[in-house]
Write a protein that binds this ligand. Structure first.
Ligand code: SAM
Length: 397
């Protein structure tokens, strides 16, 4: 039947499209797995939260919020009013999208099993991570090396791990060893691990001309929890990202993850996109649900919205060889991607969903900035691009 066809397509691809709508549900684990040949991303490692129906978002500032929510519209300052308006505009379609999910009983039945029953990763196993951020800062950083092991015995290379383009050029997963931990590098992928101060080295190290640039910056926000996980940077630092130099001269699709702060929306629209030469084309929403399908928090909670925005823009190139750059197609607005979140701040793998909007180059050349993981065929840059590549997050096929 039609529904079972859709479900088997979902189990194959990790993508479930709700008919006649702008809504998809995705299983990040299944999508990530397309990057690997000999290994599989472990569902129990990915889905570390939101499978226990008792789980709720605990917030330290609930008192403050209560005070805020008592405010009448007249008490809101200009920025809060703008934020409320932005939310009110998105609200009906987010509710509608969530309604589609709650009606798809066959999908809901599969969802609660996405993590699988056995071998739930213990948190101690996951916490034995190297802090690449700390190691990269010490004076010995240039001396740290990673051992790359190809699928065939004897194919072994030792290369610097920091400030160096580390490449798996083979068409198979590669195992790598660094300070007694193992990492899995997907086929035809590479990473450059450095601080933002060295990001310009990418321009000389990689073969630039990217058609798709995905960026998830360490935006500042008030969350104390975030401060423990990774360092953040003031907005103006991102003005210096070399988007123009990384982009293909004929144009590129730029996808930027946002937080819900109104101040940030203003900064991106008025300063950041213009300074990168990027025009805002469309906004996508990532709606976060628990395994039982319910939203991870109340839709109207001011400081903990159960959704985040992804802004899509085009970098309009200058064209090569004095030819006019190709015209870029308009992108459909307001697409909604629903998934069960993984670890704190980890974004779902949306690259594949964006490919149809990438200016006509095949195969598209893709890069992720501030990445914490790798994807087959992609370049990953950030100060910890191996973070989610540790072998304990994978199982052998
Ligand atoms: N997209 C990632 C994911 O889904 O897992 C999350 C990226 S997180 C929002 C931002 C990343 O930027 C963190 O890994 C953080 O360590 C990194 N970062 C912070 N300061 C940096 C700096 N000065 N240079 C390079 N990366 C930095």
């Amino acid at each position: 039947s039609k529904t079972s066809d859709k479900l088997s397509a979902f189990l194959e691809s990790g993508i479930y499209r709700f008919e006649n709508s702008n809504v998809v549900f995705i299983d990040p684990v299944r999508m990530l797995n397309r990057s690997y040949t000999r290994f599989r991303s472990s569902p129990s490692a990915y889905y570390s939260r939101f499978f226990d129906s008792k789980e709720t978002i605990v917030t330290s500032d609930s008192k403050k919020r209560k005070r805020k929510e008592k405010k009448t519209p007249h008490d809101l300052n200009e920025r809060e009013q703008a934020a409320t308006l932005r939310h009110q505009q998105a609200r009906p379609m987010l509710l509608k999208a969530h309604g589609f999910l709650m009606e798809a009983t066959d999908l809901l039945a599969i969802m609660k099993d996405l993590r699988g029953g056995s071998n739930i990763c213990s948190s101690t196993e996951l916490s034995e991570q190297h802090s690449f951020i700390e190691l990269g800062k010490v004076w010995q950083a240039p001396l740290y090396e990673i051992v790359l092991k190809g699928a065939w015995k004897g194919l072994e290379r030792v290369v610097p791990v920091f400030n160096n383009l580390v490449v798996n050029e083979t068409s198979d997963d590669m195992e790598a060893e660094f300070l007694n931990n193992k990492y899995i590098l997907p086929r035809e992928s590479c990473f450059y691990m450095s601080d933002l101060g060295q990001v310009h080295n990418l321009i000389h190290e990689c073969n630039v001309g990217f058609n798709l640039i995905v960026i998830d910056p360490p935006w500042e926000n008030g969350s104390a929890r975030q401060k423990l996980r990774y360092p953040t940077l003031p907005n103006w630092y991102f003005l210096s990202l070399p988007i123009k130099q990384l982009a293909h001269p004929d144009g590129a699709l730029v996808a930027l993850w946002m937080t819900n702060r109104e101040k940030l929306h203003n900064f991106v629209q008025k300063e950041l996109f213009p300074s990168w030469g990027v025009s805002h084309e469309a906004t996508y929403y990532w709606l976060k649900v628990k395994a039982d399908g319910s939203l991870i928090s109340d839709l109207d909670l001011f400081h903990h919205r159960p959704y985040e925005c992804l802004l899509l823009g085009y970098f309009h190139g200058q064209g090569t060889n004095s030819k006019q750059p190709p015209r870029l197609r308009p992108i459909k607005h307001d697409q909604i991607i629903i998934s069960i979140p993984g670890e704190y701040s980890r974004k779902p793998p949306i690259g594949e969903l964006l490919l149809e909007h990438v200016p006509d180059f095949k195969p598209a050349r893709c890069i992720e900035l501030f990445a914490r993981e790798m994807t087959a065929g992609w370049t990953s840059w950030g100060n910890e691009p191996l973070h989610f590549q540790q072998s304990t997050s994978f199982v052998r096929d």
